[in-house]
Design a binder for this molecule. Structure first.
Ligand code: FES
Ligand code: FES
Length: 154
């Protein structure tokens, strides 16, 4: 199969990568770049476990082709970990017991970060709307909503 060279910035590092036309951004991150904090849940754009920031906007990386990312900036949970707002979110998730198995947590945190960047003090309804694309099998969501609420406005 033909390969294409793409140039991307991943977590601040400029990368030149050879990709197959059918390679998803999710597989590029997990398998080619060993960034396994991005989770593979459904591979159908349904669960949000694979969310990353693409040019600052949250996307389901399983339904984005790597070739579409040429020239783009990609941020994964590994690259966002040290941001002060992400650290506040992580502490709130722990304090509110909003993590059980943790599979959904990277995607939840990135969606929450994106929300709080565009609206630092969202209403509960806005938090729920922002997390509609993130499925959690464990927590029942209320603790996650509480964690985001407790981070808002800090
Ligand atoms: S793995 Fe991408 S949305 Fe579920
Ligand atoms: S904590 Fe298990 S899927 Fe959300």
């Amino acid at each position: 199969m033909n390969v294409t060279t793409i140039e991307v910035t991943v977590n601040g590092s400029r990368e030149s990568l050879q990709v197959r036309p059918n390679l998803s951004l999710l597989h590029l991150l997990r398998e080619d770049l060993a960034l396994t904090g991005t989770k593979n849940g459904c591979e159908a754009g349904e669960c949000g476990a694979c969310i990353v920031l693409l040019d600052g906007e949250p996307v389901n990386s399983c339904i984005v082709l790597a070739v579409e990312c040429d020239g783009c900036t990609i941020e994964t949970i590994e690259g966002l970990n040290d941001l002060p707002l992400m650290q506040k979110l992580q502490k709130a998730f722990m304090d509110e017991n909003a993590i059980q198995c943790g599979f959904c947590t990277p995607g939840m945190l990135i969606s929450s970060l994106a929300l709080l960047r565009r609206n630092p003090n969202p209403a509960d309804a806005e938090i729920r709307t922002a997390l509609l694309g993130n499925l959690c099998r464990c927590t029942g969501y209320e603790r996650i909503i509480s964690a985001v609420r407790s981070t808002a406005g800090i």
